[in-house]
Design a protein around this ligand. Structure first.
Ligand code: ZN
Ligand code: ZN
Length: 248
């Protein structure tokens, strides 16, 4: 109890606020960039969606606070109390472990996402909050973090908790967060940035890109995965990626 009371709460709060700001700015910069690119390569794609985009930005900024809070607390504990298994010296673990840790984080996050996402498409899950994400019809590059607070919380805890269990270099952790941010945005932006050879080739059979997640937004009852298609394929919920031209 004394130990709890003696924690420097102001510093922890400051870390949580700083992290919230970082997540919010990262979202605005990256979604803004992809929305701008969309305007160049698919002019008029988001025409008439201004009101929806305002909602997507509002909910995404609320999610930034929910993501920032646990991340900021864990970052403070990592820096000041030696929490987590995040390491900074590449020689702490063999070099071959770096790509393995990347895959472990992506696979475990994907597994958590697939099963919670499937639950969210049951009758209780949609009412619980997932309907908000699907209010974006069709979604835009601004919808990447447009989640009900409950859903944002379920996503926000995964990676901070994993850092307590699975060792990861801070640079690889940055790569995990970059992949999460970029793919989250790209998968909602309404066009495919990868070539047909990738999407419809052997790699596309296992990886999720915009054409795959778009089908989830059109049909609801398929393509629940985040990065990989293996859970969808194993569980019979996988459908082929859509062809984006034209978008209904
Ligand atoms: Zn969904
Ligand atoms: Zn989505």
């Amino acid at each position: 109890m004394t130990q709890f009371a003696s924690l420097p709460w102001a510093a922890i709060l400051f870390s949580a606020l700083a992290m919230t700001l970082i997540v919010a700015l990262r979202y605005l910069a990256t979604s803004g960039l992809f929305a701008w690119i969309t305007g160049r390569v698919r002019p008029g794609l988001y025409a008439g969606q201004d009101a929806q985009i305002r909602n997507e930005v509002r909910w995404s900024l609320a999610s930034a606070a929910i993501y920032g809070l646990p991340a900021g607390v864990v970052a403070w504990g990592w820096q000041n109390r030696g929490w987590t298994r995040i390491y900074t010296d590449w020689s702490d673990w063999p070099l071959w472990y770096a790509p393995l840790s990347l895959m472990l984080y992506l696979l475990l996050h994907d597994t958590w996402f697939y099963w919670t996402h499937r639950w969210m498409h049951g009758p209780r899950g949609l009412r619980w909050g997932h309907a908000l994400h699907h209010a974006s019809k069709p979604p835009t590059a601004w919808a990447a973090m447009s989640f009900h607070p409950w859903e944002a919380l379920s996503g926000a805890l995964v990676i901070p908790l994993l850092t307590f269990v699975i060792p990861i270099h801070v640079g690889i952790l940055g790569l995990v967060l970059t992949i999460m941010t970029v793919m989250g945005i790209a998968n909602h932006m309404g066009w495919e940035m990868f070539s047909r050879r990738i999407v419809h080739g052997p790699l596309g059979k296992w990886l999720i890109t915009a054409s795959h997640h778009e089908r989830h937004h059109r049909e609801y009852r398929c393509n629940y995965g985040l990065y990989f298609r293996h859970w969808d394929r194993l569980c019979g919920t996988d459908r082929d990626p859509v062809d984006f031209s034209p978008r209904p």
